[in-house]
Design a protein around this ligand. Structure first.
Ligand code: BES
Ligand code: MN
Ligand code: ZN
Length: 503
């Protein structure tokens, strides 16, 4: 989808369709109707007076203009009450508009104009407004290209044009660049998550990360099994040993400042498929464990967006990758392993593998001297019970650091909520014969898993994000089809940009 910008009067833009935002306030919506001139204006006013059009959030009305010049069709999109318009509303409305217009145009469209600008008194800056529209449109248009011999038709919009007030040209253009970049990283993460386990083993996932890093001129290194052994990454190696697919660890350096200091560590769980290992998972929904590299995918997606937007911040990415399989070589319950940190771990269940590979990744990042870090992982089923599928769980050892991450999530329009890390939970994962156990029982499963990671973060400011509920969508929605959501790409990018601005 190409992007563009127009300042022409909305009744005059040349387009297959123009989507126009309306609000619940009659006066403002009538102002918009007036721009289309008679007889359309009269028709729309009567529809409003009959209660057919109300301007409610996500309400859509599709109208054929029968004109040869100007827009051939108009899609009215409700934005709700004008005073309540937010970044998220505008993004959602853009997503709904794209979905709706594609439903009416099964062969796609050449030129689609989005004009969601509320009338006077905008609460959002022009940049945020354009960003929200672009991001919403690109996220809504995403579809994973499937493996069918006769692939279902996939209607596309060839050119997306935003209508913007002429005096906001520069800011609107900036917003378009941002929105497109955020969506591109998110959609890349979705593609990675949606790719099946047989086609994306650790070595291939590593290559994909390398591609992104190289394309943006970032320094990248891939560790193989031999190097992991040299570094005593006993936890990562234990998880990987049951699989025919060798593990990888990808290290990327993004240097956005002159000096390599103040480094932000980003760490993502990259289990390319999680069978549970010897502690085999039940059959039901096991195929969704293709999403168990959602943490790594989020970081790779964020690298793409960061590569495009180039914040002035230094980032060290550490992505441990392995496949968790049962076999004659697999690690077993009862095994005692030694992590890179030296801490010993007794294995209670081989299905608690994420925290093991992350333990070594966190130790690696710490030894590289990161100033603060964020790890992302589809870590626990328990987080689905606690927060469901909309909200990512955050845990920390540092109040100021988690505030910055929560703020980035709010800026990006991604939901996030904290879980506690009280000391009393520690005895749940204290080892009997080793320092730690890799599972702390059913109660507070997400908290004990997160706190287990905290043992390896030690005194480095750290935030853990459990995305097991949010990385995968069961159902289609306007902004995300079923499958990988690309959650946290936008939060991580925003975090990097916020750190860049603060310096
Ligand atoms: N990858 C799973 C967590 C998961 C579950 C992600 C559902 C997405 C959806 C993780 O490796 C796992 O198996 N966790 C176990 C931990 C338990 C054995 C302590 C879990 O949550 O059941
Ligand atoms: Mn598991
Ligand atoms: Zn897992």
């Amino acid at each position: 989808m190409k992007t563009g910008i127009t300042y022409k009067s909305i009744a005059q833009v040349d387009a297959d369709c123009i989507a126009v935002g309306i609000v619940e306030e009659k006066e403002q919506s009538f102002d918009i109707f007036a721009r289309f001139g008679d007889p359309l204006k009269k028709y729309l006013e009567s529809q409003w007076d009959n209660g057919k059009i109300k301007g409610k959030e996500l309400e859509t009305t599709y109208i054929h203009t029968l004109n040869e010049k100007g827009p051939r069709t108009i899609l009215l999109v409700g934005l709700g009450k004008r005073e309540n318009i937010t970044f998220e509303n505008v993004r959602a409305a853009a997503g709904r508009a794209v979905k709706e217009v594609l439903k009416h145009n099964k062969n796609g469209l050449e030129r689609f104009v989005l004009s969601l600008w509320p009338e006077a008194g905008e609460k959002l800056s022009a940049e945020r407004m354009a960003h929200a529209m672009t991001e919403g449109a690109f996220l809504a248009q995403y579809r994973f290209s499937d493996y069918k011999q006769n692939s279902e038709e996939n209607p596309q919009i060839k050119e997306l044009v935003l209508w913007a007030p002429r005096d906001h040209q520069n800011d609107a253009e900036k917003g378009i660049v941002q929105g497109a970049a955020y969506a591109r990283g998110t959609n890349l993460a979705r593609d990675l998550v949606n790719t099946p386990g047989n086609l994306l083993p650790p070595a291939v996932l590593a290559e994909r990360a390398v591609d992104v890093a190289r394309r943006h001129g970032m320094e990248v290194e891939v560790l193989d099994e031999k190097e992991m052994k040299k570094m005593n990454m006993g936890a990562l190696l234990a998880v990987a040993q049951g699989s025919e697919q060798p593990p990888r660890m990808v290290i990327v350096k993004y240097q956005g400042r002159e000096k390599w200091d103040n480094v932000l560590g980003l760490i993502g769980k990259g289990i390319t498929f999680d069978t549970g290992g010897i502690s085999l998972k039940p059959v039901q929904n096991m195929e969704e464990m293709v999403s168990d590299m959602g943490g790594a995918a989020a970081v790779i997606g964020a690298l793409e967006t960061i590569g495009l937007l180039k914040p002035e911040v230094n980032i060290l990415v550490v992505l441990p990758m392995a496949e968790n399989m049962p076999s004659g070589k697999a690690y077993r319950p009862g095994d005692v392993i030694t992590s890179m940190s030296g801490k010993t771990i007794e294995i209670v269940t081989t299905d608690a593998e994420g925290r093991l590979i992350l333990a070594d990744a966190i130790t690696y990042a710490r030894r590289q001297g990161v100033e603060a870090m964020v790890d992302l992982a589809t870590l626990t089923g328990a987080v689905l019970v606690a927060l469901g599928t909309h909200t990512t769980a955050a845990m920390t050892n540092n109040e100021e650091w988690v505030e910055q991450v929560l703020e980035a999530a709010a800026d990006a329009g991604e939901l996030m909520w904290r879980l506690p890390t009280f000391d009393v939970y520690k005895k749940q994962y204290k080892g009997r014969v080793a320092d730690l156990r890799n599972a702390g029982g059913r109660n507070a499963g997400s908290i004990t898993a997160g706190m287990f990671l905290g043992e390896f973060a030690e005194d480095t400011p750290w935030v853990h994000l459990d995305i097991a509920g949010t990385a995968w969508a069961e159902e289609n929605s306007d902004l995300s089809p079923r499958g990988g959501t690309g959650v946290m790409v936008r939060t991580l990018t925003r975090l990097a940009l916020n750190l860049s601005n603060n310096s």
